[in-house]
Design a protein around this ligand. Structure first.
Ligand SMILES: NC(=O)c1ccc[n+]([C@@H]2O[C@H](COP(=O)([O-])OP(=O)(O)OC[C@H]3O[C@@H](n4cnc5c(N)ncnc54)[C@H](OP(=O)(O)O)[C@@H]3O)[C@@H](O)[C@H]2O)c1
Length: 290
């Protein structure tokens, strides 16, 4: 946002402002009085973290959303963008997934608590639009990756965890790497800077009830993604798949015609983006003990 010329951009980290604390959130809005809010904060994680801690995924996300959206309403925030997620669409939604698929079928059970919380957030934004006439909107990003990603061994998403695993295998001279699942599910990946540009674009060009998918509209298998990461990282050992572990949704790719019709398109190719994410990981691994 600063690169695009915005000034006075604030984004307190959770240590400064725990968004689960209602009083603290209301006080922060009263003293900061933001004109525009992008609600990206959430408890986020991969299959393992979602399966292990559904209570926190539900409770933390509901509290973060209710507190921020209530405070934004109370303080008359003019424009608000809430980030949903492509995980909230039904498990067997027709592919590519259109925005209309929301709430048309059963959820993927491995992340249903997170999905239900996010769906509540989407409906909360719609309710405020209808009842209070405020031009608040929601976006539905696909799987994200890029510099600054979460590389935690248990809480990271697929590309970040592959980057870490292959890097550690290469530096340790390991001859085999075992990945979770069969490698056959198909996924779409969007660079975080493309999402950031899409958020700004939507804030500038979109004002309607329905949420907007943000992705690349193209997918590949997890196995192909793993091969690409191994290549970028320079890992040359064997890659095996532990089919006893859950795969999650079989295919997930977004129909991005709503946002492309508005005039936005992704710019960063997957190989280029993975190389950038890997460079960030290597640089920060040492300093941040990632
Ligand atoms: N990653 C994806 O593939 C993906 C896909 C679709 C949608 N999304 C959405 O995109 C958003 C960002 O996801 P991400 O992957 O970037 O997650 P992330 O790396 O885990 O970052 C989550 C952010 O939320 C903040 N946060 C969490 N709990 C908080 C709390 N109690 N109080 C204040 N801040 C809190 C964290 O702040 P601190 O770092 O200061 O703790 C962090 O900045 C989320 O809304 C997520 O649902 C992500």
């Amino acid at each position: 946002m600063e690169r695009e010329g915005f000034t006075d951009v604030v984004g307190p980290c959770s240590a400064q402002l725990d968004l689960r604390e209602r009083r603290a959130v209301l006080d922060w809005f009263a003293s900061t009085r933001p004109d525009v809010v992008v609600l990206a904060a959430a408890r986020v994680g991969g299959i393992k973290a979602n399966a292990a801690r559904p209570t926190e995924f539900l409770s933390d996300n509901l509290r973060i959303q209710v507190n921020v959206l209530d405070a934004a309403l109370e303080h008359g925030v003019e424009r608000l963008l809430f980030l949903g997620s492509s995980c909230v669409y039904p498990k067997f939604a027709d592919q590519p997934i259109r925005e209309e698929a929301l709430l048309t079928g059963a959820l993927e059970p491995t992340n249903d608590a997170y999905a239900i919380a996010k769906i509540a957030g989407l409906l909360h934004v719609q309710a405020v639009r209808r009842q209070h006439g405020l031009p608040w909107i929601s976006a539905m990003p696909t799987n994200l990756y890029g510099p600054g990603d979460n590389f935690h061994p248990e809480h990271s998403h697929v590309l970040a965890s592959l980057i870490r695993r292959f890097h550690e295998a290469r530096t340790a001279g390991a001859r085999r790497v075992v990945n979770w699942g069969t490698g056959t599910p198909r996924r779409e990946f969007l660079h975080v800077d493309d999402l950031a540009r899409a958020c700004l674009y939507l804030l500038e060009h979109y004002d309607a009830d329905g949420s907007v998918n943000v992705g690349t509209g193209t997918d590949l298998t997890i196995r192909e993604a793993a091969e690409l990461v191994a290549e970028v990282v320079g890992y040359q050992g064997a890659v095996e798949w532990d089919a006893a572990q859950p795969d999650g949704t079989p295919r997930k790719v977004l129909d991005i015609s709503r946002i492309t019709t508005l005039g936005w398109a992704p710019r960063i190719g997957l190989r280029e983006g993975i190389a950038e994410a890997y460079a960030w990981y290597v640089e920060h691994r040492a300093s941040a003990a990632l």
